[in-house]
Design a protein around this ligand. Structure first.
Ligand SMILES: CC(C)(COP(=O)(O)OP(=O)(O)OC[C@H]1O[C@@H](n2cnc3c(N)ncnc32)[C@H](O)[C@@H]1OP(=O)(O)O)[C@@H](O)C(=O)NCCC(=O)NCCS
Length: 171
């Protein structure tokens, strides 16, 4: 198992087709999926997500990575940068089990991912979006160094969009 990134308390690895149950478990809590435009999923959908959405991103050295606690190797959720070809944007995203909220893990993971995007992938900017009501996620985007740029509608939902511009002398 290749560790993509490590932080003080976390490490990241790529998902594989053996991780179907992890995705099903994570999406099974309605509070976790409340603002993400998805709900509970079954095996067929988890396999499709892995094959068509998650794993193909890894060929560009990016994507949504499985996040683990270094202290006990527990899977706590995912975080990473996803390329959105239709918008040509690099999107910071994260999703963690509720029992792991309120401990700073999402912020720690997101900061590491933003640094990876800037220093390893050499991205010019990373974008983040969250439902206007998803206050916890908005705080994470801000703490990861992204700045609010605009409100808009995506998939029928009002969202706030954030951006981190890696220009000389900024950020
Ligand atoms: C969005 C989400 C990842 C945010 O998780 P979170 O745990 O609230 O975020 P953080 O990791 O930044 O934790 C922040 C809290 O941990 C606290 N904390 C505790 N120990 C900490 C530590 N050692 N370091 C930093 N913060 C710590 C902070 O004080 C903060 O609490 P506060 O907001 O009350 O001040 C989580 O709500 C989630 O997975 N939601 C479901 C999926 C989702 O909505 N994804 C985003 C779609 S846009």
């Amino acid at each position: 198992m290749t560790r993509i990134l490590s932080t003080e308390r976390l490490y990241f690895r790529e998902f594989t087709l053996k991780d179907i149950e992890l995705l099903i478990d994570l999406n099974s809590d309605p509070e976790v999926t409340k603002y993400v435009g998805e709900g509970a999923i079954e095996k067929t959908e988890a396999v499709r997500l892995l094959n068509e959405v998650i794993i193909p991103q890894y060929s560009n050295k990016m994507g949504r990575w499985a996040v683990y606690l270094r202290s006990n190797n527990e899977f706590i959720g995912w975080c990473g940068i996803k390329h959105l070809p239709s918008l040509n944007e690099y999107d910071l995203g994260y999703r963690f089990f509720k029992k792991h909220w309120g401990k700073g893990y999402a912020t720690e993971a997101s900061k590491a991912v933003v640094e990876y995007g800037r220093n390893i992938l050499k991205l010019k900017e990373i974008v983040g979006r969250a439902s206007v009501d998803n206050h916890n996620s908005i705080k994470v985007l801000e703490k990861a160094g992204l700045k609010f740029i605009e409100e808009g509608f995506e998939h029928g939902e009002k969202i706030k969009k954030f951006k981190s511009a890696f220009l000389p002398g900024i950020g």
